[in-house]
Design a protein. Structure first.
Length: 722
């Protein structure tokens, strides 16, 4: 089920359309939302119409002083000036340098294409114009992408967009085209270290970015660049921070220790390898003044080095038992308790590579590692780089492309977009086998566009234009006729009904059993995770915690899907199939997934804080269960809501569609349930219209704990459907 982004604009569109009389079912189908959501948006739209629709009341919350960001807790990263200095030094580290070089080469490897916004002649012309502009700048487009890579190190990369009129090669600025349109002249990089110290950014009252101040050589004149002329690439837009967050931030601690321990190792090799110089001054030696034996001895100790000219000459006989003269010795440190610098430095270097997803750098440098591991690590790194490329493309398509077409007259509804290719290696055998099977079964026909995409993925030349439209694999007749949409839907519904439906079991027991199952799984996970964290090294705990949370999220998600399907099956009963029942299941599954993602994020932060104050073992387990156990149980509420919504949809098929919101007599009710409960409604949809999208277990304050139920007309009055 496809869900659009729940942006304010979308909410208002849906809500206002509902208020203007449009059928809620049509709106739900159009936007891929549930009916309860449509009715809730209608309430929101009505409240917005009362005033303040375009007023921004809050602020971003970014920690800043004037135009300078003060977000980081570490003073080495707090100001942009300090951040730039640290990053420049970190970039000289061999592991950081290797990782950044690998990122740059991977990004350069991606092929950029232009995707038209539609199939009309205007759409094709607009796409051609955008592609022309890509390759008609004073620098190569790939060089621009390479400069954008500095975003990874500094957290952001600002560029000033400059334009030109395309008047041919003989004009200044030069252009390959003479159509008089306005194109890009260049994306001029504005280096991160040239922003005005202490006054880098201009914000509005709500924290919106209005532009940047630059003070660069050679004249160091202050310049202001408005945001309308900027392309601001950022690693993250959290709190609308224009500086994002450096990808090297997580590597700072291991880099710091790696750098300093490397220096200590070199000093130890020089001073401790041959022994620590020690001089004893006995009787007959002078101990006062720089020219004394004491002053000379200090200089000898300080300057003693183990090189090819090392040696000492004293104008005294060797100090004997009488304690006269000078005695020089090289004292070696005791073997016990020596620090293994190599192992410690290697561990910190591995953590640097780990934070940059570049662990494969160490493959081949040790006796550990397999081909499968190398493939997996490289694949993970390639996926990360692909994500960065999509981030870059999103910035270009959101800001550079619309501004360009605003200056040129193209009658298109949807603008073309710049799209990056993949950077990972293609498994040729798997790709060919998959395409062949799809073609043989009739599922896929390899036409011109598909063939070009396959050839591009395999990095082989395209065929001649005369041959490009021919089929690569002639389709074989399918072995069996494909199912119609109605047959597919019926099959899905039969599976829903077959998921362990408990016909004679009360609704409450079905959901309460699910609740107990969630709690049992969570308590077991908490005990196992607490034990694992107690046995792990401190440096490995965060990674271990993340892995454990991912496993828990996967388990709870699978359990949720099964129980939501069971709940829908309970509500469907023996009723003939309707598409709405599948929509109900999909909507509540998606909602459950969103809740779980937020829950995992909160738990990770909370458990890290508990580890930070020294809680481990049983104490950690008890705190995890006390803090998050009850919240885990609340996720059973999605199954209850799915059950009630299914009953509501089913009531629309009855001869008498009236419904009754029955309060659970054993519960303490929230304000929503008290307001709308114990009331009769002409139909389920009429109830949603009156409640603003609320129903038992849906959009209520008690939400996950709600056990109110929806009753319909039965032989004995209002009651539960069988």
């Amino acid at each position: 089920m496809r869900h659009p982004k729940h942006e304010l604009k979308t909410r208002l569109e849906i809500g206002r359309a509902k208020l203007s009389g449009k059928d809620p079912k049509e709106l739900a189908a159009q936007y891929g939302l549930g009916l309860t959501t449509v009715y809730r948006y209608a309430d929101e739209a009505e409240s917005f119409q009362q005033g303040g629709t375009f007023t921004e009341f809050g602020v971003s919350g970014l920690n800043r002083f004037g135009g300078s960001i003060q977000e980081d807790y570490d003073k080495s990263w707090r100001s942009l000036k300090d951040l730039v200095a640290v990053v420049k030094e970190m970039m000289d580290h061999p592991i950081v340098g290797a990782a950044m070089f690998t990122i740059e080469m991977s990004v350069r490897r991606a092929e950029w294409t232009v995707t038209p916004g539609g199939d009309s002649a205007n759409d094709v012309a607009a796409a051609e114009f955008l592609e022309q502009c890509m390759h008609d700048m004073s620098h190569a487009f790939d060089d621009h992408i390479a400069q954008v890579i500095s975003m990874f190190a500094y957290g952001f990369a600002p560029f000033e967009i400059t334009y030109k009129r395309r008047l041919g090669r003989g004009r200044t600025p030069s252009s390959k085209f003479e159509d008089g349109r306005i194109g890009w002249r260049k994306f001029a990089f504005r280096s991160q270290d040239t922003l005005t110290p202490g006054k880098e950014w201009l914000f509005d009252e709500a924290g919106g970015i209005q532009g940047l101040y630059q003070q660069a050589p050679p004249d160091y004149k202050e310049r202001f660049i408005p945001i309308e002329r900027l392309l601001l690439y950022r690693t993250t837009s959290a709190k609308n921070n224009p500086q994002g967050r450096s990808s090297l931030r997580s590597a700072f601690s291991p880099w710091y220790y790696s750098k300093n321990l490397t220096n200590v190792e070199a000093i130890s090799a020089e001073r401790m390898g041959a022994g620590l110089p020690v001089i004893y001054l006995g009787e007959g030696t002078s101990k006062k003044g720089d020219a004394s034996d004491f002053g000379y001895a200090k200089q000898v100790v300080r300057d003693t080095r183990a090189d090819e000219q090392a040696g000492l000459v004293f104008p005294y006989q060797k100090q004997g038992a009488d304690g006269k003269g000078i005695l020089f010795e090289l004292v070696s440190p005791p073997a016990k308790g020596n620090v293994d610098f190599h192992q410690t430095i290697t561990r910190h270097n591995q953590q640097i590579a780990q934070s940059l997803l570049a662990q494969f750098i160490f493959l081949g440098l040790s006796e550990y590692g397999t081909q499968a591991l190398a493939t997996e690590l490289k694949s993970t790194f390639a996926e990360a780089v692909t994500g960065w490329l999509k981030n870059i493309a999103a910035t270009l398509n959101s800001f550079a492309v619309p501004r360009l077409f605003a200056l040129n007259n193209f009658n298109v509804e949807i603008l073309p977009e710049l799209s990056p290719g993949d950077v990972g290696d293609i498994d040729v055998r798997t790709l060919i086998e998959s395409v062949s099977r799809a073609a043989d079964s009739g599922v896929l026909q390899i036409d011109e566009g598909t063939e070009r995409r396959i050839r591009s993925a395999l990095r082989i030349p395209q065929r001649d234009e005369e041959q490009a439209g021919e089929l690569l694999f002639p389709p074989a007749p399918p072995k069996a006729p494909p199912l119609t949409p109605a047959e597919v839907t019926k099959e899905v519904m039969s599976r829903v009904r077959g998921r362990g439906r408990r016909a004679a079991q009360p609704w409450e027991k079905t959901v309460n059993d699910y609740q107990r199952e969630l709690r049992a799984r969570f308590d077991q996970w908490a005990e196992e995770t607490a034990n694992d964290l107690a046995e792990a090294d401190e440096d490995d705990r965060d990674e271990m915690l993340l892995a454990a949370l991912l496993l828990l999220e996967r388990e709870l998600s699978r359990t949720g899907r099964n129980n939501i399907l069971d709940a829908v099956a309970e509500g469907v009963g023996d009723d003939p199939f309707r598409r709405e029942y599948i929509d109900v299941a999909g909507s509540h599954m998606a909602s459950n997934e969103r809740y779980l993602s937020g829950f995992m994020r909160d738990m990770r932060l909370g458990i890290r804080d508990l580890l930070g104050i020294g809680l481990v073992g049983f104490a950690l387990r008890d705190r995890i269960i006390d803090s998050y156990g009850a919240r885990t149980e609340q996720y059973a509420g999605e199954a209850w809501g799915a059950l009630q919504e299914t009953v509501g949809e089913r009531s629309e098929t009855l001869e008498d569609p009236r419904v009754y919101w029955r309060l659970d007599m054993q519960a303490e009710h929230c304000d929503v349930c008290l307001e709308y409960g114990e009331n009769e409604y002409a139909s389920y949809h009429e109830m949603l219209a009156q409640t603003g999208g609320s129903a038992p277990g849906i959009n209520t304050t008690c939400d996950g704990n709600c056990r109110c139920s929806l009753e319909t007309i039965t032989e004995g009055g209002f009651g539960r459907l069988d």
